[in-house]
Design a protein around this ligand. Structure first.
Ligand code: GSH
Length: 211
């Protein structure tokens, strides 16, 4: 049985898939693909992912792309604790949070705030302050929305960790590397407590972003 993830350890969406594999205890190989390097968008890679993104996934010749499809597949195809179970309302919440992350969390937290504030500065480029301010406004709406959906639970949707937690955590990790992110989360204590639990999960510790 061979499971291969194609992608980079710096990628949020690659990490979502790796977290699912780690939580299920599935051994896998990470084949590095630096998708931002033009020369790595080879015809071979585009055959795995026609939209030229990471991750892509291969389980004994079964090819898949799109992180949420991959992590659902990993959950269903392998033994280990279920990451998508519960009554219909709980499952709907898990699906809702995953969709909220893709639609309203990823762009502001990762691109508008983290990349603009830290990654660009690291490359010696000037940050776009308007974009950061707009990203922070959107981030505040996202954190408030997720806090309301959590409604006092240990993990995002209840007592068990699910694909919803694994989707949000890699985005939150980037956001909380910024000073603005750390300041903002103090206004959302429930989410702050969730992050303290989440960041110490062995799956998170096993998949750190490169320093
Ligand atoms: N919808 C895709 C999103 C994947 C994605 O955006 N990956 C980023 C890295 S975190 C990427 O490949 N970006 C390359 C690009 O946009 O050119 C999924 O769920 O897997």
């Amino acid at each position: 049985m061979t499971v291969t993830v194609y992608g980079a350890d710096y990628s949020c969406y690659v990490r979502i898939v790796r977290l699912a594999l780690e939580e299920k205890g599935v051994p896998y190989r990470l084949v590095p693909v630096d998708i931002f390097a033009e020369e790595e968008r080879t015809p071979d890679y585009l055959a795995r992912h026609p939209f030229g993104k990471i991750p892509s996934f291969d389980h004994d010749g079964f090819l898949l792309y799109e992180a949420s499809a991959i992590s659902r597949y990993v959950d269903a195809a392998f033994d280990g604790p279920s990451l998508l179970s519960g009554d219909p309302k709980t499952i709907a919440r898990i699906e809702q949070i995953i969709s909220v992350c893709d639609s309203y969390v990823y762009q502001p937290l990762v691109w508008d705030v983290y990349v603009e504030r830290l990654e660009k500065a690291g490359r010696g480029e000037k940050s776009d302050e308007d974009r950061i301010a707009d990203g922070l406004d959107k981030a505040r709406i996202s954190l408030a929305a997720i806090t309301r959906l959590m409604s006092g639970k240990t993990w995002l949707t209840g007592d068990d960790i699910t694909l919803a937690d694994l989707h949000l955590a890699p985005m939150m990790d980037f956001f909380l590397m910024t000073q603005e992110g750390r300041r903002m989360i103090t206004g959302f204590p429930l989410l702050g407590a969730w992050w303290e639990r989440m960041r110490q999960r062995p799956s998170m510790l096993a998949t750190p972003y490169p320093a």
